[in-house]
Design a protein around this ligand. Structure first.
Ligand code: AMP
Ligand code: ZN
Length: 469
């Protein structure tokens, strides 16, 4: 498996630290509002990476944080006149609902920054002891970027240019820094803000230290994959590396993966620019699977421009898969030969080719766009080669390919028809009639059909009762 590593700017073979195991950390959202579909891009993409790794037999420890202490959360809390944890708890719950509707698996651990303050204080202490950090007179603690010789290795930036740029922009209060690129590890509280005790002042952590600490606590000092949107490369991930490697003295993450932006009119979708659609907005009009399909229809390192046309095309594509599976299910309900015919045996090689293609494009840095094409190829194959004359084994095999490959992408394509109460009553009446007619085979068939859909029948003296399993 090849992964493009932002660190080396090359595709590299994936070799995990521990055989058969993947330790993965993906930076999560700051929770002060409903998530927008830009935030959904890394969530959907990295969930797909995780699903593919699971499919390949890896055990995946997947950690994704919620940033639940931040200026924007505090601002929102002040506007609403509530504590900032009221805001963060509300939007964490909403975010989890959105994730569930997009079929994003819950992380192995979803740590909260506010629950990990002790670990942050410990790491800052270590960094000070090792000379990588220094407290200023007002209790702010800064990271000493010049001390970390490899600072800038991820973002490949010219640090001298950055330094002189930042020097020109220096704002008041920043003159406590030894270097313009030094960044905050701990900052003093302001009136009305949440704060914690620390050796330096009552205050709160900087954003970057959160991820270094949570990653270390839940995954260990060295991890396999660290992911997030490309806006996080600098300074967030660069700073995480400086902190984690300064502290441990060895490599933090083997592979750095970054998704490109979800744009709107070719500008990054963002809350601060106000040019965003929340996941909820989109779900009013489209099934969440259509949104997932849309996100995966481009390679993750290519920018994706949101448009109605692309959403409509994702919708048509998704429905094509769903309809094909539903047609296969319909055919499976009828009477037919069980075993593969000779002609079908010959077709099996072609069918197996779709999975091979799917795997080969996924192995090539997770080319989900081409993986979807492989699923479409299987659908086309189904529509061309499956008919009322096909054997059950053949239909099952075709269906399995389409459903399983879609499932690796997190696309639910076998839509189970929920039975309404009226449908259930109708089937029960039909079963009663069949029994009266002594057509016990049909009566049993109906009972089994209902059972498959989770409805249990109970014959009582008062008549037939039913309940959900
Ligand atoms: P934030 O809440 O802004 O910290 O973002 C959480 C995650 O969403 C990070 O991995 C960001 O890089 C990512 N993200 C935010 N906006 C976009 C966007 N428009 N396109 C792709 N990823 C984004
Ligand atoms: Zn992070």
């Amino acid at each position: 498996m090849q992964i493009y590593n932002t660190m080396s700017k090359k595709k590299e073979d994936f070799v995990p630290i521990e055989e058969g195991k993947v330790r993965m950390y993906v930076c999560g959202p700051t929770v002060y509002n409903l998530i927008h579909i830009g935030n959904a891009r890394p969530m959907i993409f990295f969930d797909t990476v995780r699903r593919y790794m699971l499919y390949k037999g890896f055990e995946v420890n997947y950690v994704s944080n919620f940033t639940d202490v931040d200026d924007k959360i505090i601002k929102r809390a002040i506007e609403e006149g509530v504590d900032s944890n009221v805001i963060s708890e509300r939007y964490i719950a909403e975010c989890k609902k959105d994730m569930a509707s997009m079929n994003i698996m819950p992380a192995t651990t979803h740590p909260l920054a506010t629950q990990e303050i002790d670990g942050m204080i410990d790491m800052i202490k270590t960094l000070i002891e090792k000379g990588y950090a220094y407290p200023a007179a007002d209790g702010t603690v800064y990271y000493r970027t010049r001390k970390f010789a490899e600072y800038g290795k991820l973002s490949h930036k010219n640090l001298d240019d950055l330094r002189s740029g930042e020097r020109a922009l220096k704002v008041s209060g920043e003159d406590q820094k030894e270097d313009p690129l030094d960044f905050v590890l701990w900052k003093p509280k302001k009136e009305g803000e949440p704060f914690w005790e620390s050796p330096w002042c009552q205050g709160r952590p900087g954003w970057h230290i959160e991820c270094s600490v949570m990653s270390k606590k839940y995954l260990g000092e060295e991890i396999d994959i660290h992911g997030g949107g490309e806006d996080l490369v600098f300074p967030h991930h660069e700073n995480e590396i400086a902190q984690s490697e300064g502290c441990s003295g060895h490599e933090f993450s083997r592979y750095w993966m970054h998704n490109a932006f979800l744009n709107i009119n070719n500008h990054k979708m963002s809350k601060s620019a106000g040019n965003f659609f929340t996941v909820r907005d989109i779900l009013e009009k489209y099934d969440a699977m259509v949104l997932r399909m849309f996100m995966l229809s481009a390679h993750y390192r290519s920018p994706l421009n949101f448009s109605d046309e692309l959403m409509e095309s994702a919708k048509a594509g998704y429905e094509r898969i769903v309809n094909s599976v539903s047609n296969l299910n319909f055919l499976l309900e009828g009477e037919r030969a069980a075993d593969l015919t000779e002609a079908e045996k010959a077709l099996m090689t072609e069918l197996e080719g779709f999975r091979r293609k799917f795997e080969s494009v996924m192995e090539d840095d997770f080319n989900t766009a081409d993986a979807i094409t492989a699923v479409f190829d299987a659908v086309k194959f189904a529509n061309t080669n499956v008919s009322g004359a096909s054997s059950a084994a053949f239909i099952e095999a075709v269906k399995k390919e389409i459903v399983e490959l879609s499932d690796i992408l997190g696309l639910i394509v076998e839509v189970k028809q929920e039975l309404g109460d009226a449908d259930i009553e109708k089937l029960i009446a039909e079963r009663q009639q069949a029994r009266k007619d002594k057509n016990f085979a049909r009566a049993d068939e109906i009972r089994n059909e209902l059972l498959e859909k989770g409805i249990i029948l109970e014959d009582t003296r008062e008549g037939v009762k039913w309940k959900k399993a």
